[in-house]
Design a protein around this ligand. Structure first.
Ligand SMILES: *[C@@H]1O[C@H](CO)[C@@H](O)[C@H](O)[C@H]1NC(C)=O
Ligand SMILES: *[C@@H]1O[C@H](CO)[C@@H](O)[C@H](O)[C@H]1NC(C)=O
Ligand SMILES: *[C@@H]1O[C@H](CO)[C@@H](O)[C@H](O)[C@H]1NC(C)=O
Length: 568
């Protein structure tokens, strides 16, 4: 009797571990391995003698829920992106230990293929299993039910609501992803907060509320492609809106935020498209006084050369006239007239040396006056400005304070690349105050902003001949062009593929530049126009130099006249 019970018990053990199902399951796993180019098989909850691991070409590891190691185990780094997770269900729908630790084990890898294996009929509990899977973002799930020699496959489609899919053969699982691409109006949620030009809202001329902004439009297009619905949660009206939004995102209360990722956030996000630089903009340097234009065409060395030429002409003419020397002043006037390229009444040429010098002087005068005039007119056309500040180091000479909000102040105080003079002159404002001044390009301050935002703000001045603000081309810090998303988002890889494609095709950049136009339509941005004529070079001020020279000349002439009068 005892022996019988023992035999029965042994038979029972044998039947639950069911060594006969090994060849079929192994064959299925081999097929899955081949299809998904698996680099690592992770077996969870299997008895050691259960699987014939040797048959699988790719390496395998065994995890037992009973061991302490299991609780600290997490897949990451090498080989983990192509792993296949195989879980034996001992207690349907799923062993509590496994259910508890699986999300940690597969942190940020929730889209790996997971195979559940059971030998009990899953009809009554598989709904619970799949609901758990979807909640944790395990979207690629295959349930294998083995009874005797038959194998049944199940999976699930979560959209628009959870339903079980009974697959007649394994190949159907391979094509299942096509069904996952249609969301059947499943909601993709975000928050309605405004953050131009990434997400804006305004009432258009027809009185309709319009949502726009480039990140918003990117996600809107994603939902259109996948037949999903973009749902906007009400705005968080609070000073601490930012931490609240982040906590909500972490709780999966919505799916993404319309904001690029900052490196310090440590949130799950889409894969980065590029590094997003952060720049300082400062008011464009002021135009120089227009009377200064007179001396600008020539550098001081050229002016010295002009004086030297006049002196040369005078001395050489004087030296060449031999015995018939007359006044040196006459030769000075001759030389000056040549250099200024103006006519003179009569030139008496005494010999061939003088003729040569006159020809040299005429040529020199021709070249000098023409190059002067050409330079002057090109400068009048383009305008001349005080020296530009081009590096962060130069900013210490800038008279403007840097306007910031309290979110960035700590970071900027620590920034090594920013000169101490700028740090001491930082000026703190509220977020709204800062936004108002920055969007209005109030030229009393310098501002700092991420590239995407800054380009939108600077777009306002693209009609101006002389811009109001200028960007320092050195970046101050770096963010990522990636968007924070809720943890274990089931369609994250789909989103990544979509983002990479629109980025590579240039649609991303187009959406960004379109958002500037939207911001202008909404009245958040304004196209700036210059008031009146920007450059008035020929005003009275322009002739100050000429007047001064004329006055000096007249005075000198008067003095010389008086002097000579007294000598005679
Ligand atoms: C991953 O692979 C790289 C290159 O093959 C190697 O340098 C690195 O040490 C590996 N990381 C781990 C955690 O094994
Ligand atoms: C989008 O989802 C709805 C709701 O399930 C469905 O009726 C419609 O056919 C779907 N559209 C496409 C193009 O698949
Ligand atoms: C720019 O900001 C300063 C200081 O806040 C303010 O006094 C000035 O009125 C602003 N200028 C414009 C054009 O808004």
């Amino acid at each position: 009797m005892q022996l019988k019970i023992l035999l029965l018990f042994l038979y029972g053990l044998h039947s639950t571990q069911n060594s006969k199902m090994t060849p079929e399951i192994t064959k299925i796993l081999m097929e899955l391995n081949a299809k998904y180019a698996t680099e690592l098989n992770v077996f969870i909850n299997f008895q050691e003698y259960y699987m014939d691991f040797q048959l699988l070409i790719s390496p395998a590891i065994q995890l037992q829920t009973t061991t302490k190691k299991f609780r600290r185990f997490r897949l990451h780094d090498n080989f983990s992106h192509n792993a296949l997770i195989i879980i034996a269900i001992r207690v349907p729908p799923l062993d509590p230990e496994v259910a508890y630790h699986l999300p940690y084990l597969l942190k940020e890898l929730h889209e790996l293929h997971i195979v559940f294996i059971t030998d009990q009929d899953p009809q009554s509990w598989q709904q619970d299993l799949f609901r758990y899977c979807f909640q944790e973002g395990f979207i690629n799930t295959l349930l294998i039910h083995q009874s005797n020699r038959d194998v049944f496959f199940y999976s699930y489609i979560p959209y628009p609501e959870m339903h079980i899919q009974k697959l007649s053969k394994l190949e159907e699982y391979f094509t299942r992803w096509q069904l996952l691409c249609n969301f059947h109006h499943y909601p993709v949620r975000t928050i309605a907060n405004t953050n131009e030009p990434r997400k804006i809202q305004y009432v258009n001329r027809k009185g309709q509320l319009v949502h726009a902004g480039y990140i918003y439009n990117i996600f809107l297009e994603f939902t259109r492609r996948h037949n999903a619905t973009l749902t906007l949660l009400p705005e968080i009206e609070n000073d601490g809106a930012f931490p609240i939004a982040m906590a909500m995102l972490n709780n999966k209360e919505f799916d993404f935020v319309c904001y690029p990722t900052e490196l310090t956030w440590n949130l799950p996000s889409t894969s980065p498209l590029y590094l997003l630089k952060d720049y300082i903009i400062l008011p464009h340097s002021r135009p120089i006084a227009s009377y200064l234009y007179f001396r600008k065409p020539f550098a001081w060395t050229v002016w010295l050369a002009v004086v030297a030429t006049v002196a040369y002409g005078m001395i050489m003419l004087y030296a060449c006239c031999g015995s018939a020397r007359s006044e040196i002043g006459l030769y000075l006037l001759n030389s000056l007239c040549h250099v200024l390229y103006i006519s003179q009444s009569r030139i008496s040429v005494l010999n061939w040396q003088q003729l040569t010098i006159h020809i040299i002087m005429i040529l020199t005068g021709f070249i000098l006056t023409n190059s002067y005039l050409a330079m002057l007119s090109s400068m009048l056309t383009s305008g001349l400005f005080e020296p530009q500040l081009n590096t962060l180091e130069d900013l210490k000479h800038s008279p403007y304070p840097l306007l910031i909000d309290d979110y960035y102040i700590d970071y900027l105080k620590e920034a090594v690349s920013l000169p101490a003079e700028v740090k001491n002159r930082m000026c703190l404002d509220t977020v709204d105050g800062l936004n108002k001044a920055r969007i209005g390009l109030n030229s009393s301050f310098m501002y700092v902003a991420y590239e995407d935002r800054m380009e939108g703000i600077l777009y306002q001045q693209h009609l101006l001949k002389v811009p109001r603000f200028k960007k320092i081309p050195e970046s101050l810090m770096t963010g990522l062009m990636a968007f924070p998303v809720a943890p274990s988002l089931p369609y994250l890889s789909m989103l990544n593929v979509y983002l990479r494609r629109i980025f590579e095709c240039g649609i991303f950049a187009k959406m960004m530049s379109d958002s500037w136009m939207n911001a202008i339509e909404s009245g958040i941005y304004k196209l700036m126009r210059s008031e009146g004529v920007e450059q008035k070079p020929y005003d009275l001020e322009f002739f100050y130099y000429a007047f001064a020279l004329w006055a000096i000349g007249l005075t000198l002439a008067g003095l010389a006249f008086i002097f000579e009068m007294f000598i005679k």
